[in-house]
Design a protein. Structure first.
Lengths: 589, 454
């Protein structure tokens, strides 16, 4: 890529002067990243509380009578939608994407800073619309996070009036926000890389976020149109998704629509969405693992191609969510095939992570613990996906707690492990302060062991055939009393993990307030964000001159070099060798 | 070090949990043992990978823990190793996928000799349709569904005349005969799932989906709805009874066919009035009820509800619990009604009685009661308590408060609704858990009694 000299600018052109332009209506990608992350985590806490309420009901039925069926279904719905879309998507792309892309590719900012700012404010608007649904008559929608029609908009479902309309409106606004941010991320990666930063030298974090953003730009429109079409069905009486049917005894005025069409649209978004969350996590965790293992990421090229392959395949597997939806069952052959194919590039990534540890020199820091915790939980969650992806096995397991356990393991716990790994890893750069190592370790062990205690046994409730989305199991002939006791134990573990997250917040706020001043590069890392002239980096990131990149981001443990890492921007002739007579030989990356 | 040990312990613990878990697939009762085999293969393959990769990681963390003296090995890639691992993984995937696809091929192709049964779903009830002698179901259209035609039968379709329509949640199936289960929904999405059969499928309004199986073990199994279908999703339950072919045929033979039902729909109120003579002593000449005798008001109740309750009293599904002393009084009375037609006539007469308001005996907090009612009861029983036929929820608005409160307590205390054949009572027993205490029951009963249906 040709180098644009205009990018070398004096600082002052970029520096906003007032508090409001600096921290509120900011166009600095780093401030926007923190705004995104703060909002996402705040709304995630709401969803976490909702899950605690659900677990109270499931673990101790008939005890907490203030939880009624309608409310239970509202908790289920809001918990799922918030966690998947408003927390994880926003945090990985709007949060980490915003913070890391310009810093890791050596750019001053996103290429469209104003659009970037708008993206955040639209995201905040979508969150406010969603939260407003808690306060309207009938409450938020209780249609399940999948919002399947007809029941999403018919009587008999909680929040089928204002609740569902606010949900659809909020999603539409979210997609607008995402599109503004997403176009920015893609353009920035393609157009604003600094001298020497070829695509195949980019850190895997950028690769993961970049490909995930492309997925999002293709996938979110499907969600957008389904939200618009369902709104039309509800408000204007169209029949996109509504067949001739009755509703609580009365024939309603719909005819000819297809509920399954909605499911196709929803999962055409919904499956890539899994990877919109997973790919950034894959990328971030690769960087954390390599840095703290003091070893080059193993098989970088394969890792990049695996990200691209998974991203591509993720668009042709969506109907594995619909094996028992009543669609033409012959589709099952195709989608089971494509789904299990995706296991191959995914497995390669796992192998390469553990092979990165092999022959490494592993520092068991807090971010490293979370990153390795991710490997364990992701292996577990990935493998159980092979049950559900195999169409035959989906027959007994679909719609049971096996599904709940699987996707929480692979899409809940695993990405959250990465979220914490990444927060602890980059916290010194973002805040300029070190976090409390001891609190971080307590947080890790409690979260890691606690979540496994929740989800490992839950799979077995699914094998047994316990259905999901049941307010109360009541009496059946095949669910033994011991399953109720297991449910109570799971709830205790869940409440423990939920409450334990306070430790994380204490750590963050305590460290911001009185943490030790952080070294600019406390982990001895190689990638550009650690090599900024200021910590935290100032607006414009690089001072007068943009960095020049000479190599990939994983030059750890190079033979003959004095330090065990070589920063990306260190000119070859300045690399200190153990044996001063020797000359540094550049790697092929 | 600690991390490596914990990973090893987690791997050992997970394998141990798997081996000794008391929670596993329920004993199978259908021909789909191949599904269980596919699960077993997948458990072995994935279990191997889980153990191998995690132990490798634990060993790596232990072996290559940090030392200031050591340096990581610089090795950006190892093409040979990567391709070996890729090939090895592909083999594992094939080992799992191939058997799965063969079983799926069996599942999508229904054997020619399979007989047909239709399951219908609606919020939050099951219904069943058997094709009768001709083996073919008559046409049906959701647009035709009314209280009198709950299956939406097309009247002019001759193939439907011998259909057997069952509006109860008990399904019958003969053992060892393959059956193609056609699935139809009248309103929203539902899912027909029986854990012991292993197979399940959604029911989609506007379409007919299917699954097939051969029941192989006699017994009665739970049917659960496993696709979220609104606030009553978790109460949408039924039973399927797998029985000998001869028992099945005898049962089917005893069921009225659609052509008969059309005729029977003409009930005889005069005959019903004659039957009512024995009821009048307690329930009053106009069905106004008599609290002193613990006899509730009947006037205003829908005929289908009265019929269903009389059947339950007669069969013992209601009133057989020793703690239900007033219900026990109804059992001999209902037994005196010789057949279903007699009950329907009686119910039709009760349905024709003039409605008067009940007098208040309870004085609960009406606003508390309303809050509870609007959120938990109104969906099925209607905003004013008039009842909704499609969910089989009777009129409760304006009825006797003392009786409503007693029944709510009975549901709560498992005195009513816990008998396996009282499917609707079972739904109420699940719902009533939202009422915290006797005060809540009094509040909601007072409120319901204050509702003005007309």
């Amino acid at each position: 890529m040709s180098y644009v000299p205009i990018a070398d600018q004096p600082d002052e052109m970029h520096d906003p002067q007032t508090f409001i332009t600096k921290y509120i209506w900011s166009q600095d990608h780093k401030v926007i990243a923190i705004q995104y992350a703060g909002t996402a985590i705040a709304v995630g806490v709401v969803a976490l509380v909702l899950s605690g309420l659900m677990r109270l009901q499931l673990g101790f039925p008939d005890t907490f009578t203030f939880i009624e069926p309608a409310e239970y279904y509202q908790y289920v719905t809001m918990h799922g939608m918030i966690m998947v879309v408003y927390l994880l998507t926003a945090l990985f792309l709007g949060g980490f994407g915003n913070y890391l892309i310009p810093l890791q590719i050596g750019a001053r900012d996103m290429v469209f800073p104003f659009l970037n700012m708008l993206s955040y404010w639209f995201y905040l608007l979508s969150v406010l619309i969603l939260m407003a649904s808690f306060f309207v008559p009938g409450g938020p929608t209780g249609a399940g996070w999948t919002l399947y029609p007809p029941q999403a908009i018919t009587e008999g479902t909680p929040g089928a009036g204002a609740g569902i309309m606010l949900m659809l409106a909020s999603l539409a606004v979210f997609v607008v926000a995402f599109t503004m941010g997403g176009l920015n991320y893609v353009t920035t990666v393609l157009q604003a890389r600094t001298r020497g930063m070829t695509l195949m030298r980019m850190p895997l974090s950028v690769w993961g976020i970049f490909v995930a953003t492309i997925l999002g730009l293709f996938a979110f429109p499907a969600l957008f149109v389904s939200a618009v079409m369902m709104s039309f069905d509800k408000l204007l009486g169209t029949s996109f998704f509504m067949p001739a049917m009755i509703s609580l005894g009365e024939v309603v005025d719909y005819r000819g629509g297809s509920p399954i069409l909605f499911q196709h649209l929803f999962w055409f978004f919904g499956h890539p969405e899994v990877y919109i969350v997973a790919l950034p996590a894959f990328g971030l965790v690769s960087d954390v693992l390599s840095t703290h293992a003091r070893r080059n990421i193993f098989g970088y090229r394969m890792m990049v191609w695996a990200i691209v392959a998974i991203g591509g395949l993720s668009f042709i597997v969506w109907a594995h969510h619909m094996y028992v939806s009543g669609m033409n069952p012959y589709f099952g052959f195709f989608f089971a095939f494509t789904t299990l194919i995706i296991a191959i590039p995914t497995a390669i990534k796992v192998y390469n992570w553990v092979l990165t540890l092999w022959q490494g020199n592993i520092r068991l820091t807090v971010p490293m613990l979370f990153a390795m915790g991710f490997i364990f939980t992701f292996i577990h969650g990935g493998l159980t996906g092979l049950f559900l992806g195999n169409v035959t096995i989906d027959l007994p397991l679909s719609d049971t707690y096996f599904v709940v356990a699987h996707f929480h393991m692979v899409m809940g716990v695993s990405p959250v492990m990465v979220v914490f790994a990444a927060i602890y890893h980059w916290f010194p750069k973002i805040s300029g302060k070190m976090f409390d190592e001891r609190l971080g370790k307590i947080h890790f062990w409690g979260t890691f062991l606690g979540t496994y205690a929740i989800y490992l046994p839950m799979h077995y409730l699914g094998f047994l055939g316990v259905p999901r989305r049941y307010f109360a199991l009541g009496t059946t002939d095949f669910i033994p009393q011991s399953a109720f006791e297991l449910n109570a134990a799971i709830s205790v573990a869940a409440i423990f993990v939920g409450v334990l997250q306070i430790v994380f917040f204490i750590n963050i706020f305590k460290s911001l307030w009185s943490g030790k001043k952080a070294d600019p590069n406390p982990w001895d890392a190689t990638s550009l964000e650690w090599l900024t002239p200021d910590t935290p980096p100032r607006h414009g990131n690089w001072g007068h001159e943009l960095p020049t990149v000479y190599r990939w981001a994983y030059e750890y443990g190079s033979p003959g070099v004095k330090e065990d890492f070589v920063p990306q921007n260190l000119p070859p002739n300045e690399v200190q060798m153990e044996n001063p007579g020797e000359k540094y030989k550049e790697s092929e990356h | 070090m600690a991390f490596a040990i914990v990973i090893v312990l987690l791997v050992v613990g997970s394998v141990g949990f798997h081996i000794w878990s008391p929670w596993w697939l329920t004993p199978i009762a259908s021909n789909w043992g191949a599904i269980d085999t596919t699960i077993d293969i997948t458990v072995w393959v994935t279990g191997f990978v889980f153990v191998a990769v995690n132990l490798f990681m634990a060993y790596a963390v232990y072996r290559f823990r940090y030392s200031a003296k050591r340096r990581a090995k610089y090795e950006p890639e190892n093409k040979k190793l990567e391709w070996w691992l890729t090939g090895f993984t592909s083999l594992g995937v094939i080992a799992m996928l191939a058997p799965g696809l063969f079983v799926w091929a069996d599942f999508v192709e229904v054997p020619d000799e399979a007989h047909v049964v239709e399951v219908t779903g609606q919020q939050w009830q099951w219904g069943f349709r058997y094709p009768g002698k001709d083996g073919v179901l008559g046409a049906a259209d959701p647009g035709l569904i009314t209280e009198a035609n709950p299956f939406g039968m097309k009247e002019d379709d001759p193939r439907g005349l011998d259909d057997v329509l069952v509006e109860s949640s008990l399904m019958h199936l003969p053992i060892d005969r393959p059956v193609k289960v056609l699935l139809r929904s009248k309103d929203v999405l539902h899912d027909f799932a029986v854990a012991q059969f292993r197979v399940k499928m959604d029911m989609v309004p506007g379409a007919v989906s299917y699954l097939w199986l051969t029941p192989t073990v006699k017994g009665t199994y739970d049917i659960l709805c496993e696709e979220l279908c609104g606030v009553g999703h978790f109460v949408m339950r039924g039973k399927v009874r797998v029985e000998d072919s001869s028992d099945y045929e005898a049962w089917l033979e005893s069921q009225p066919i659609y052509a008969d039902l059309k005729v029977q729909a003409q009930t005889n109120v005069v005959l019903g009035k004659a039957s009512y003579a024995m009821c009048a002593g307690c329930h009053g000449a106009q069905g106004e009820g008599n609290p002193a005798l613990n006899a509730p008001r009947l006037a205003g109740l829908q005929d289908w509800y009265v019929t269903a309750q009389l059947e339950h009293f007669k069969s013992g599904a209601r009133g057989s619990n020793p703690k239900d002393s007033y219900g026990q009084m109804m059992m001999p009375m209902a037994s005196a009604l010789v057949d279903l037609t007699t009950m329907k006539n009686l119910a039709a007469y009760i349905g024709s009685m003039p409605i008067k308001t009940s007098s208040k005996t309870l004085f609960g907090d009406l606003s508390e009661g309303q809050a509870l009612y609007d959120k938990n009861c109104s969906v099925c029983h209607g905003g004013n308590g008039a009842g909704v036929w499609s969910v089989h929820a009777p009129r409760i608005g304006g009825m006797d408060d003392w009786y409503l409160a007693r029944q709510l307590r009975n549901f709560r205390d498992k005195v009513r609704g816990s008998h396996p054949e009282d499917d609707l009572g079972h739904q109420m027993a699940l719902m009533v858990s939202v009422l915290e205490d006797d005060q809540a029951i009094e509040d909601v009963a007072s409120y319901i009694s204050s509702l003005n249906v007309n």
